[in-house]
Design a protein around this ligand. Sequence first.
Ligand code: SIN
Length: 532
Amino acid sequence: MKQYDFVVIGSGIAGLSFALKAARHGSVGVITKRKGADTNTAWAQGGIACVTSDEDSFELHVRDTLEAGAGLCDERVVRTIVTEGPARIQELVDLGLQFDEREVSGHREFDLGREGGHSKRRVLHVQDVTGKEIEEILLRDLRRQPHVDLLENHMAVDLITAGKLGFATEDRCLGIYVLNEKNGEVETIRSDRIVLATGGCGKVYLYTTNPDIATGDGVAMAWRAGAVIANMEFIQFHPTCLFHAKAKSFLISEAVRGEGGILRNNRGEDFMKRYHARGSLAPRDIVARAIDAEIKRSGAQCVFLDITHQPPEFIQERFPHIYETCLRFGIDMLKQPIPVVPAAHYQCGGIKTDVNGATSLAGLYAIGEVGCTGLHGANRLASNSLLEGLVAAHRAAEASVCARPPSHTAQKISLPKWESGGVQDVDELVVIYHNWDEIRRLMWDYVGIVRTDKRLQRASARLRNLQREIREFYWNFKVSVDLLELRNLATVAALIVDSALSRKESRGLHFTLDHPETEDRQFKRDTLLSRG
Ligand code: SIN
């Protein structure tokens, strides 16, 4: 049986940052489903929001974050993350990350981008490939560490807890079962400190800006282990995903609007002016809903993002990745508006944690998108997530190093080997793919940008049936990545629906026609779910 001082699941900005810090204190196993760089982080285009300019202030960044969060942010957490940001950014720079700079009155300073909901330019970026650069730099450093094992093509199956093994009075994390995709075996790994950094759950929806790995694995595992889950109704839909039959999940960064891009409907109107004073740069929830309304009203399939008024050299220099990708699909953004639609982008809720990533289950931490610290509230401010990933990883590393070790009894609990189901029945694999599609379609149709009680109830009933079927599969067949992801998707979909059903008001990203008002007295609190 493998054993590590720390086990990290996920290899995005949060997981890798944690692993690099933890490696100074002990052995670390980093488990990742595909290749190390197959992460949400690597797809992040916009950048990292952080106060670095004299024209900006922590106070303004805090205010913008609270405003976007629609009354549900934890102000203490917001202040901590905003004020600790610059030190964490400096660490990235020290590792060799070169954010874009510009010349101002004879000296160099960061070339800061603007995005929706920000009152100042404050987004550090590397052209439009910030996440890819960060991922490469962190992975490079990680591969040099002598005490770190990077286990690629390994998928976490379930957490092993004392409670599940019958020691309910001392419930805590003791280890994890992991599927080694190369040989199909499920391995047992022992560790007192397990860190979930698995990202979000965009793949629960038919249309998403997320990569294929975003199947809600961390939230689903934590739920099964009994940890508290918060605010899953708040799924952020990014307003501008490329609309093209062959383009899968390609994001058109909000930075395009930050640099003057204007959203137009099929009649060429700058329609956002009718919805918000900030026009195309209004907060994301408002822009996504406005696009949804325009599309439904006009019967058009998409709206358009127009930046053709900017100089071609500027567009090519600032957005090389977006420019080239659009061109590959026959769209020249220098000369024509880009067709766009909203798509699922970010999970604002997640496993409930404190600002150090500690969950309700001892020994279990959750950082990055999978965790819910209280930073995002009911709607995340653009580019705050990479910042949160860095700060939470640093704090979780410090907290887990100092955490009280498990009791002698817990240390002596022996971890059982994984019991596999029967053999795989190839004929039945069609059911797995059918259920995948069904979940993603029903979530898109019934649990999307605009919700109603009736649609949510319909979704809930269908999901219960699907979960029953999946459970049967799970116990009868040998586990595979497809089956594990399907089980996790179904669990997370049900958590989103249950959370949405319990919030009888509209707030931030949760908008329901049956309760269109924001009810300040009754619902100004988190939605908490736990298996108990
Ligand atoms: C974007 O580039 O528009 C994405 C930034 C974010 O979601 O924070």
